[in-house]
Design a protein around this ligand. Structure first.
Ligand code: SF4
Length: 332
């Protein structure tokens, strides 16, 4: 168990989207925390609310249609939701950086790499401190060298359309780390790249965050990457955190039926037949299932699961699961 200071703490976070026909209840009371220096994985199916949660942290959700009816988000002990513009700028500048899923969409096609990187470096500078052109240029060169991009002078003059997908992803990583953030949020980095380039990008990311001891939230579908890169894992299903554990425990002893299904879908080199998967699909957020949102897909569903939302049960110091199977009376 780590005793480093709490870096990020989310309490009972709800996010809804107002849409034609009602409200999409995308986050349903999420609790999350991480300590300085931790590498935390966040896994779950597409559409389960992972990216919404990260955008809420950075306060970049489109409001409206997004609404946050309840919830607190503390970064270094201060509630991000109550921060003023200057404090928020500091958090986004040197506090938290994010690498988005699609590097093509993350970069603006009409500005050169140098203009975009320079703007990030200036934004993250000490409040009110204007950096010289030369200083920005030197820092931009260093940022590109750090992500192993050759000929950085030429790259600074290039436009995103002149770079390959792998180079764009490296530029995005360089940009995110150029601000020396305390916390890096990596949202499925490299998902849009082919697997060999994705592997190179992830290895580079792992090396850089280890060298700088940056705290990381890694969002991914790949359980293999999570297993390699993280200390602790949160499993999310349909807007709820359903299980959290230190990484080796989660893989050795997954408790929630959803986590068990997720892990069973990982192909094994040793064979073992066809992956069983999880029948059904993620629910409609306009009319989510009552009680446990996983109950329509759960092989162990009980009457109480349809009526009540399961709380998080602590099964040991580093392992919690939100499932009625782990009520004290159900444990053997
Ligand atoms: Fe299944 Fe019930 Fe546990 Fe939900 S609370 S995962 S429905 S057993």
């Amino acid at each position: 168990m780590s005793f480093a200071p709490l870096l990020l703490e989310i309490k009972n976070l709800h996010v809804h989207y107002a849409v034609y026909g009602g409200r999409l209840k995308v986050l349903d009371g999420v609790d999350f925390h991480m300590r300085t220096g931790e590498k935390v994985g966040l896994v779950g199916e597409t559409g389960c609310g992972k990216t919404t949660m990260m955008k809420a942290i950075l306060r970049v959700l489109p409001m409206p249609p997004a609404q946050i009816p309840q919830g607190e988000i503390y970064f270094n002990g201060r509630d991000i939701r109550k921060m003023s513009g200057n404090d928020l700028q500091r958090v986004r500048g040197r506090g938290i950086s994010m690498i988005f899923q699609d590097p093509t969409a993350a970069l603006n096609p009409v500005f050169s790499v140098g203009e975009q990187l320079g703007a990030v470096i200036q934004y993250s500078a000490e409040r009110g401190k204007a950096l010289s052109h030369q200083e920005i240029h030197q820092r931009a060169i260093a940022a590109l060298q750090e992500v192993a991009l050759a000929d950085p002078e030429r790259l600074l003059r290039s436009y995103p359309s002149q770079l390959s997908g792998g180079m764009r992803q490296r530029v995005c990583i360089g940009m995110a780390l150029a601000t020396h953030p305390q916390l890096l949020i990596a949202d499925e980095p490299g998902t849009s790249l082919d697997v060999t380039i994705q592997d190179q990008v992830l290895r580079l990311l792992r090396t850089l965050v280890a060298e700088k001891d940056t705290s990381v939230i890694l969002i991914t579908h790949s359980l293999g990457i999570v297993r390699e890169m993280t200390d602790r894992v949160y499993v999310m299903y349909a807007g709820d955190i359903v299980e959290v554990a230190v990484t080796p425990n989660l893989f050795a002893n997954p408790l929630h039926p959803y986590t068990q299904g997720l892990i069973s879908t990982v192909p094994r080199l040793t064979g073992g037949g066809i992956a069983s998967g999880i029948p059904g699909r993620i629910p409609n957020y306009l009319t989510p299932p009552t009680g446990c949102r996983f109950h329509p897909r759960c092989p162990h569903v009980m009457d109480i699961c349809r009526a009540e939302k399961p709380p998080a049960y602590r099964v040991d110091d580093d392992h919690e699961v939100a499932c009625f199977l782990y009520r004290t009376e159900n444990r053997v």
